[in-house]
Design a binder for this molecule. Structure first.
Ligand SMILES: Cc1ncc(COP(=O)(O)O)c(C=O)c1O
Length: 311
């Protein structure tokens, strides 16, 4: 991980090393935080944040689901993010806004604790590797089921909920695989540890819907739009585990992993064992959208206005 210079903390930019919290921060003990993962890319129009407004909206929705009032407006969070990128001099980066219950009264009831907000940015390459994006990665169904609506709020991107993904990730990593696939409470396919999942069979693309306790991925929504624009049929439906083994193609989407094909699931090759044509064509259009090479999806980009240098 390549460190940047400054982190935005409750309205101020502080040195990376000084962005610290008290050990009695409520969120450290009870996972009472919400966050986002966002990327900015170098594009022909300058540095641009992909679907920024959608990410900020999800951050506010996640906070709302945990009854946290963010002490800034959406526009203030957007402007703070721009400022953090500009002041760190980054042309492309990963962006991590975090809203959490800070140090205050201990105990489970969080509503009397302050709500702290930070925005960190850093340079971050493809999460599952550039080779993974090209050749596909090896996935394994985890023995840990995805958190269910019966216990928490899977639609919220909440920090504490991520112990679920962490357990799944450790399990499959130790078993020699690159990514975990989690089934939902019912045993239906849900998603990766940090990505949504799509299967392709006989030219039709299917992906689990909210009834499978997915996180509503912003890249999932983008991939659905792009695939439909390319003329593919996309169906949101329950997917049985066995369909992973019958699929011609499987791919995953997420801000960190972007669009990454799966070439193997549970030691069984997916289709021919190489990313297929449907995956490739959606991936190409998706990469074009991310990097500002596509007029059609230009409105998905929030261009960061880097001030002109004064002599
Ligand atoms: C559990 C989980 N599912 C899905 C996703 C994909 O979401 P997005 O495309 O908005 O990054 C993520 C990443 O944020 C995630 O952590």
């Amino acid at each position: 991980m390549k460190q940047a210079d400054l982190i935005w903390m409750n309205g101020e930019l502080v040195a990376w090393e000084d962005a610290k919290v008290h050990v009695l921060t409520h969120a450290l003990h009870y996972g009472t935080g919400v966050f986002e993962g966002i990327r900015a890319y170098e594009t022909p129009r300058g540095t641009a944040i992909f679907r920024h407004a959608d990410h900020v909206e999800r951050l506010f929705k996640s906070a709302g689901m945990y009854l946290m009032d963010i002490p800034y407006s959406r526009e203030e969070i957007r402007a703070a993010t721009h400022e953090t990128i500009i002041r760190n001099g980054l042309r492309s980066c990963y962006i991590r806004p975090l809203v959490f219950r800070g140090a205050g009264p201990m105990g489970l009831f969080p509503l009397d604790c302050p709500v702290d907000v930070t925005i960190a940015v850093w340079e971050w390459g493809a999460y599952l590797g550039d080779e993974g994006k090209q050749r596909g990665v090896r996935g394994k169904v985890s023995s840990f089921r995805r958190i269910s609506s019966a216990a928490v709020i899977p639609a919220a991107k909440a920090t504490g909920q991520y112990v679920n993904s962490v357990l799944a990730k450790i399990e499959v990593d130790k078993a020699g695989y690159e990514e975990a696939i989690l089934l939902d409470d019912r045993g239906m396919v849900c998603e990766g540890s940090g990505e949504n999942l799509f299967i392709v069979r006989d030219g039709v693309i299917s992906t689990p819907g909210f009834a499978a306790d997915i996180l509503g991925g912003i890249n999932r929504a983008s991939a659905i739009t792009i695939a439909r624009d390319l003329g593919y049929e996309v169906v949101e439906r329950d997917i049985a585990r066995g369909e992973l083994y019958l699929a011609d193609e499987i791919f995953m989407t997420g801000t960190a992993a972007e669009l990454t094909p799966l070439r193997e699931v549970d030691d069984r090759p997916v289709g021919s064992g190489e990313p297929g044509e449907v995956t490739r064509s959606v991936q190409r259009a998706f990469e074009d959208a991310l990097h500002g090479r596509s007029d059609r999806y230009a409105e998905w980009l929030d261009v960061v206005e880097v001030p002109a240098r004064t002599a």
